[in-house]
Every structure is written in C-alpha cells, then in structure tokens.
Design a protein around this ligand. Structure first.
Ligand SMILES: CC(C)(COP(=O)(O)OP(=O)(O)OC[C@H]1O[C@@H](n2cnc3c(N)ncnc32)[C@H](O)[C@@H]1OP(=O)(O)O)[C@@H](O)C(=O)NCCC(=O)NCCS
Length: 199
C-alpha cells in the first residue's frame, strides 16, 4: 500500500474517537483487537501482509485518548502496552497517549469496496465507533468512485447486521455454510454508491 493510498485525513466521530488510516505501526493493535473480538484469530503474519504489504487493502483504526482507556485495558492487557512511549511518535494523538479501540479492513476490488473485518473492544461498544469506521470507509469509497460497498456477515450477528442496515446496506444474498468454524451461513450485504459524473 502506498502512502498516497492511505491519505485519508483523520476524522473526529460523534463518539469522540478519532478515525484514521492505519499504518504499519498499528499492526500490534490490530492483531490484539482481532484476537479479542473474533472466534478464530488470524495469524499475525497474515495481518501484517494485509496491513503493510497488500496494495489492495486499506485499514482504518479508531482511537481514543489514554484517559478513557481503562475499560479497554481491563478487556485486553495487550492494549496497555500500546500506551508505552516506545510506540510510534509520528502522530500527534499518540504523543498524547491515544490508543486503538477499533479497526476496519477493506479490500479494494476494482470498483467495489469489500469490508473484510470490523471490530471494537467490548468495553467501547455502543458508542458509535463502528459506525464512524464504516462511515470513513464509505467516504473513501465515494472519493475513489467505487460503485459498491459489500461484505459478508454471520447470519446470527445481530449487532453487525443492525450496524450495517443502519448505514444503508441491504441484503442481496446468502452463502450457505460459509463460516467453517460453525457452519453458519453468511449474509451478503451491499450499498450501491451513486456514480459521479467525471470531469
Ligand atoms: C459489530 C461491532 C463492530 C459494533 O461495534 P460498535 O462500536 O459497538 O457499534 P456502534 O456503537 O457504532 O453501533 C452502531 C449501531 O449498530 C447497532 N448495534 C451495535 N451493537 C449492537 C448490539 N449489541 N445490539 C444491537 N444493535 C447493535 C445499533 O443499531 C447501533 O446504533 P445505536 O447504538 O444508536 O442503537 C462490535 O459489536 C464488534 O466488534 N463485534 C465483534 C466483531 C464482529 O462481529 N464484527 C462484525 C463482523 S462482520
């Protein structure tokens, strides 16, 4: 991923978290979040390839200030280490002790933005963090003239389904037995983006 592709400016969300494009410095935070929030953790090597090397992916992180991270620390001891001074100091929020509480990953597939994962630490849920992450993705997809946002979600994932439906995504299909760990079906949701006139 080139620096040009990660040029999305940071945005303040209604939930007083900050959403920004992720960098290689966020790998540990993304690995920890994924391990905490999903039943089948992905290997760090996979996430490193996705975050750092794959030019077709983009990750966003939502971060909040250290003073509000006690709950996150209780939920995940790994998060505590993210506050250590040794972590990157290239972003002003980090210099003030920001810590990552959520992330979203996307594959850019021709004219389609495919959301591959989204997660928020349990202690920080229901504060609009995921909504802010998806909104950042949709804004960037519009900026890139993508025509579609797509994703798969477990049929039983009520929280995610309500999140996506609330952001305008609609059910368009189903993949039977898609999730190998439980055999659960995946629902396919999409959001059609308006095609902007060029020039
Ligand atoms: C799904 C997930 C990312 C939502 O994160 P979040 O930051 O709590 O979501 P938000 O606060 O932005 O919620 C936005 C809306 O989604 C819906 N929603 C979120 N969590 C919900 C829940 N537990 N029950 C019902 N609706 C929920 C609500 O409509 C909510 O709006 P409201 O709070 O104004 O009612 C989070 O629960 C999570 O990390 N889950 C584990 C990982 C996962 O399942 N990821 C999705 C894979 S596709």
């Amino acid at each position: 991923m080139t620096s040009g592709q990660r040029a999305t400016p940071p945005a303040e969300s209604a939930a007083s978290c900050r959403v920004r494009s992720a960098t290689a410095d966020d790998l540990d935070a993304v690995v920890a979040l994924h391990a905490r929030c999903f039943p089948s953790p992905l290997p760090e090597a996979y996430l490193r390839r996705e975050l750092v090397e794959n030019p077709l992916t983009q990750y966003w992180v939502a971060e909040t200030m250290a003073s509000t991270t006690n709950e996150a620390s209780e939920e995940s001891p790994v998060e505590v280490s993210l506050l250590a001074p040794a972590r990157s100091t290239t972003r002003s929020a980090d210099e003030h002790g920001a810590t990552v509480i959520g992330y979203l990953s996307t594959w850019w597939l021709v004219d389609e933005a495919h959301i591959s994962a989204i997660a928020v630490y349990p202690a920080h849920r229901r504060r609009g963090t995921a909504r802010a992450l998806v909104a950042a993705l949709i804004a960037e997809a519009r900026r890139r003239n993508m025509v579609l946002v797509t994703l798969e979600v477990r049929e039983g994932n009520t929280a995610a389904l309500r999140l996506y439906r609330g952001l305008g995504l609609s059910l368009v299909g189903r993949r039977a037995g898609y999730y190998q760990d439980t055999g659960e079906d995946a629902l396919i949701l999409t959001l059609q983006l308006p095609v902007l006139a060029s020039g």
